[in-house]
Design a protein around this ligand. Structure first.
Ligand code: GMT
Length: 376
């Protein structure tokens, strides 16, 4: 195998795109590639030292004449410096804005031998490409990248529809590391959250409006009236206070736990019986895949790429965006039918392990790298 020198840029401290980029970098390093993270802070999932991984911090000059410190230029400059110094083969940048544009500028500074692979994650297209002040720049970044990947077929189609892109885009789904995401033994911990006869519903997100977190509360309120249950919220964000108000208004505060931001997500997921993901937009839904890998089915909206991840009736149930009654009905049905639940749990474990496993998707990215470098 040809050992590659790869620079990775992502949003290191938040969101699914940062998680995917960091986990991919770690897996590539394990396979013997030399990986350089070039970001403004240490990626939060980086973990222990690895001789094949380096971290290069982007420092922003905030000289007083700048109304806005030019982070994008500092990033482009750092990408070029690291690429020259370390003789990188390619830059793999996650999220179009500003990362892909910065990588293209770095390529101009270094030379055409430096290849740029851009991964689109979702809101860089479904939200930002609709902003006229950015759409031409995003199209440029996509057209000029040596390869572009997207995390679902739906996102590829949205990119074509919103930006009129005709260039081929590779599909590379989100993945989970099966050594991290598996059903954990949590019987003792579970006692702290629920009585033995109660079910645990769980929602994990950044509490942004696209996640429709108040729908989670409404679904849970219907479920708990028929199925003894508790609701666990993990994460925080702008909608948190609205969600808390809704919980109080419905008088169910004693049945809901807000855990805030947490690191050991696999352990928390293993506590859950059901994941709720009623998003307005979701290019893939990494959190539902993490739940699936822990044997937890998801009730979700049919938004974006979610139907490519969750097979309706097999690994969860899907309903229209905002259809809380239907989602609650599916949840009640599943939580009351032991045989159906056991079947679904097995289907979840199988699908996560074989369709979205780390080995498979890492290999896909490597093939893309070798292709753009002309080393098939
Ligand atoms: O979900 C978010 O708001 C975070 C966002 C991000 O950019 O980190 O997640 C997007 O990328 C994830 C990783 O590819 C996908 O699994 C999420 O579905 C996607 N979020 C949206 O499309 C809203």
């Amino acid at each position: 195998m040809d050992r590659l020198k790869i620079g990775i840029t992502c949003y290191p401290t938040l969101g699914g795109s940062g998680v995917v980029a960091t986990e991919l970098g770690k897996l590539l390093a394990e396979k013997g590639h030399e990986v350089h993270f070039i970001t403004h802070s240490m990626p939060f999932r980086l973990g222990k030292f690895d001789k094949n991984i380096s971290y290069h911090e982007v420092e922003v000059n905030d000289y007083y004449v700048f109304k806005y410190p030019p982070y994008d230029l500092s990033l482009a400059s750092k990408l070029a410096q690291v690429a020259k110094l370390e003789e990188l083969d390619l830059l793999h940048v996650h999220y179009a804005i500003p990362h892909a544009v910065c990588a293209l500028l770095a390529k101009q500074m270094v030379g055409p031998q430096l290849k740029v692979v851009t991964t689109l994650h979702g809101t860089d297209i479904t939200v930002l490409a609709q902003d006229e002040s950015l759409s031409d720049l995003i199209s440029y970044a996509i057209d000029e990248s040596d390869a572009v990947t997207a995390v679902s077929q739906d996102l590829i189609e949205e990119t074509r529809r919103l930006l009129g892109i005709t260039k081929p885009i590779d599909l590379a789904y989100n993945f989970v590391d099966k050594r991290v995401y598996y059903p954990r033994e949590v019987s003792e911990l579970r006692k702290e959250f629920a009585h033995p006869d109660e079910k645990i519903l769980i929602h994990i997100s950044n509490f942004r409006p696209v996640k429709r977190v108040t729908d989670v509360v409404e679904i849970f309120d219907q479920v708990r009236k028929e199925v003894p249950s508790r609701l666990l919220f993990v994460g925080e964000g702008p909608e948190l206070s609205k969600v808390l108000c809704k919980v109080k208004e419905l008088g169910i505060l004693d049945r809901v736990t807000f855990c805030g931001k947490q690191d050991d997500v696999a352990q928390l997921l293993s506590l859950g019986d059901l994941m709720l993901l009623p998003s307005e937009k979701e290019s893939f839904g990494l959190v539902a895949l993490e739940a699936m890998a822990c044997g937890v089915p998801t009730i979700a909206s049919d938004a974006g790429g979610i139907p490519e991840l969750i097979t309706h009736g097999e690994t969860g149930f899907l309903a229209g965006i905002g259809d809380v009654d239907q989602m609650a009905a599916y949840a009640k049905q599943l939580l009351s039918d032991e045989a159906m639940y056991a079947r679904m749990k097995q289907a979840c474990l199988h699908r996560a392990r074989f369709t979205f496993c780390n080995d498979l998707i890492t290999r896909q990215y490597e093939e893309i790298y070798y292709r753009v470098l002309g080393r098939p």
